[in-house]
Design a protein around this ligand. Structure first.
Ligand code: EPU
Length: 420
């Protein structure tokens, strides 16, 4: 299994490009199942999760052509298999996103239940309840969700708690349902809006994406379209924290501050400088003074993203002062804390709050990655630590960060991947 070795090496500097968003790409790929015409998506990140989704589409019968410019052409006029098998779903929970489109377009979907996850129990009851409200007959047996419907119909659906992929699944299903669907307490994440924009280009009739009520008027068919995936706001924020914790000065291109108001506010409070050049689609992030710890609480968009919580714990660990970080989305998303403690971080978790006493001198040690964002936090901690940090189970990071060690190398980091 690959490992990453990082050695603390002072300030990062230079310019790197930000990739397309993983969490916008996965639903967009699933949405291609809603039409039998050819669809082109660009700015697709080269990630393990994207490969898994393409493999799943391939099993359904999609013809996929990947071009050298991060584009993918998908032709779904020969879909003949409605099964999302356990071996793919267990490696990527977002596989559940094919359920809505398959059911809406072909009247059938058999999707493995995703099971537990390192960051929480993560049930999919709201996906199932929503599709049932739209007229689907759904049974669960032998670990699979079996869903059938002649044609879905519009419904009023309230999701509690707010769910990102749940909103996306039901949004996609509603585009081909008969009549009007109201999705209440819908997720407002920018990736939901990116999906709605893509679906609209395919001929869907959607209002209110980005607000808590999405209204969808179903149509009979959707057609082919071209769509460019939005930049990855979580990768952007991760590199912003990398600049901060190494007291560096870096420029991120192909991205913007638009969807990062909360994280940027917290970085400013911590003493980080952030400058946006909207014309050049770039952000300059630098930190020249001692960082200050910041209190934060994760919450659905537009609040502070849970996907940036682990990275901010690293920042708080080396910053001045005490701080607290509350996780309100997932019940078990502090697995990285015990690994950060191995590097010398002074963090105590009480309930869903991590209390940090800052100014820890981090020192390199062997650590283990437990999930995608935890892996990113360990790389950041390694960059800020003295000595060598060896991170095992690094495959988690390849699910969501494109060529992370190459990008960090380009910024002057001392980082290397070893196989075996
Ligand atoms: N929930 C339910 N029932 C459901 C669905 C969700 O109780 O049917 C609960 C979850 O257990 C959780 C909360 O609702 O406590 C929110 O979960 P949500 O469904 O919003 O999460 P998700 O859609 O499975 C997406 C991202 C995650 C990100 C979360 C929260 C994708 C592919 N994944 O997951 O991204 O953390 O939203 O913003 O979009 C990552 O990229 O590292 C990642 C984990």
């Amino acid at each position: 299994m690959d490992k990453i070795i990082v050695r603390g090496c002072g300030p990062l500097s230079g310019t790197i490009p930000i990739s397309g968003a993983k969490n916008a790409t996965l639903p967009a790929l699933a949405a291609t199942l809603l039409t039998d015409q050819s669809v082109h998506l660009s700015n697709i990140p080269h990630l393990l999760d994207v490969t898994t989704m393409l493999e799943l589409l391939g099993q359904h019968g999609s013809a996929i052509t990947v071009d050298e410019r991060l584009g993918v052409e998908i032709d779904n006029h020969r879909i003949n298999n409605f099964l999302a098998p356990y071996d793919l779903v267990c490696t990527m929970r977002a596989s559940i996103l094919v359920m809505g489109p398959l059911l809406a377009r072909y009247g059938q979907a058999d999707v493995s239940l995703p099971g537990g996850c390192a960051i929480g129990s993560r049930p999919v009851n709201l996906h199932i309840d929503g599709l049932r409200a739209m007229g689907a007959e759904i049974s669960i047996s032998e670990g699979y969700i079996h869903a059938h419907a002649k044609r879905l119909h519009g419904a009023r659906i309230v999701m509690d708690p707010v769910t990102v992929t749940g909103t996306e699944n039901l949004l996609m299903a509603a585009t081909l349902a008969k009549g009007r669907t109201l999705l209440e307490n819908a997720a407002k994440e920018p990736e939901v809006v990116d999906l709605a924009n893509f679906l609209t280009k395919m001929g869907a009739r959607i209002q209110g994406a980005g607000t808590s009520t999405i209204i969808v008027d179903g149509v009979d068919t959707l057609h082919g379209a071209r769509h460019r995936i939005m930049p990855d706001r979580i990768e952007t924020a991760t590199f912003m924290v990398a600049a901060a914790v190494t007291y560096g000065d870096i420029v991120l291109t192909g991205t913007s501050a638009e969807f990062l108001a909360f994280p940027i506010q917290k970085l400013l409070e911590a003493g980080v400088e952030v400058e946006e050049d909207i014309g050049r689609e770039s952000l300059r992030v630098r930190c020249a003074h001692q960082l200050r710890g910041v209190n934060l609480e994760t919450s659905p968009y537009p609040g502070f993203p849970t996907d940036i919580q682990a990275q901010m714990l690293v920042l708080n660990s080396i910053a001045e002062g005490s701080s607290s970080v509350a996780e309100t989305i997932f019940e078990n998303r502090f697995m990285h804390v015990s690994e950060l403690q191995r590097l010398g971080a002074d963090i105590q978790v009480v309930g869903n709050v991590a209390h940090v006493r800052g100014m820890s001198k981090l020192r390199g040690a062997p650590v283990m990655a437990t999930d995608l964002r935890a892996s990113a936090s360990l790389v950041l901690a390694g960059l800020a630590a003295e000595g060598e940090t060896v991170i095992s189970r690094i495959y988690h990071i390849d699910r969501g960060y494109e060529r992370i060690e190459e990008k960090l190398l380009a910024l002057g980091a001392d980082i290397q991947r070893i196989s075996g």
